[in-house]
Design a protein around this ligand. Structure first.
Ligand code: DC
Length: 224
């Protein structure tokens, strides 16, 4: 197989960057798009969640940036479409717990952790010969020369209702938690959530998944 230097996007390789706030439909759309394009799917949020889970599990104080970063650098992480295993522990469900969800933004604001995970994301894409990558800084920082950059968004109420449908809870409380996480993710100094000028912005509030995926398949094919 042809190898691409880590961090560079070979123009024969498809990399679709999907960024946006929580609940915008990134995971569902990214997975469906990857299946249509016959490439792999990488959930980078799951990587930040896995480090958060492992740090909490080891009793590390999340505000101790050096210790959390050391754990990130030393962790063995295995991500597939179905599971997340960190240091031999299956964390697939645990990384979605409310405890991890509440703590993950602090870990995602740790620059040393971001440096490590960014490198792992680039290596993963080089090793898998491209893919659909979902996160917050994929088009802006991780893969600035991606084949296609997409910024997905949806109204706050739609995003909160989607989360409640997925995991239960009270719409108002979930809306407040999402707003707080959005604020942390977009106001941090290292690679905050932003919309790049060259990203296609899609508001998924009133659109079906199939419709959005079909549009993105077409756009990817035009650009690749
Ligand atoms: O998409 P998610 O909710 O699983 O992401 C979990 C957290 O990780 C969220 O607070 C944003 C952060 N994140 C990030 O900072 N950069 C990424 N590329 C992906 C996620």
């Amino acid at each position: 197989m042809r190898k691409t230097p880590v961090g560079e996007v070979d123009n024969l390789m498809i990399v679709v960057a999907i960024d946006g706030p929580a609940g915008a439909g990134k995971s569902t759309i990214a997975k469906a798009l990857a299946a249509k394009l016959r490439v792999r799917y990488l959930d980078t949020g799951a990587m930040y969640r896995a480090v958060t889970f492992a740090a909490m599990n080891s009793g590390i104080d999340l505000s101790n940036q050096d210790l959390v970063a050391e754990l990130a650098r030393e962790s063995k992480m295995l991500l597939t479409d179905e599971s997340v295993v960190i240091n031999g522990l299956d964390a697939t469900s645990a990384i979605r717990s409310s405890e991890v969800t509440a703590a993950v933004s602090a870990v995602a604001a740790n620059s040393q952790v971001r440096t490590e995970l960014r490198e792992r994301q680039r290596r993963w894409i080089a090793d898998h010969n491209g893919g659909v990558v979902e996160g917050r800084d994929i088009g802006s920082v991780v893969f600035p020369d991606a084949t296609l950059k997409v910024y997905l968004t949806a109204s706050p109420i739609v995003r909160a209702k989607r989360r409640v449908a997925q995991s239960g809870g009270n719409v108002e409380e979930i809306a407040a938690a999402i707003a707080s996480r959005d604020l942390q993710d977009s106001s941090r100094s290292d690679s905050p959530l932003t919309q790049t000028d060259d990203a296609v912005t899609i508001d998924t509030s009133d659109r079906s998944i199939d419709e959005v995926v079909a549009q993105l398949v077409e756009m990817t094919n035009i650009r690749s």
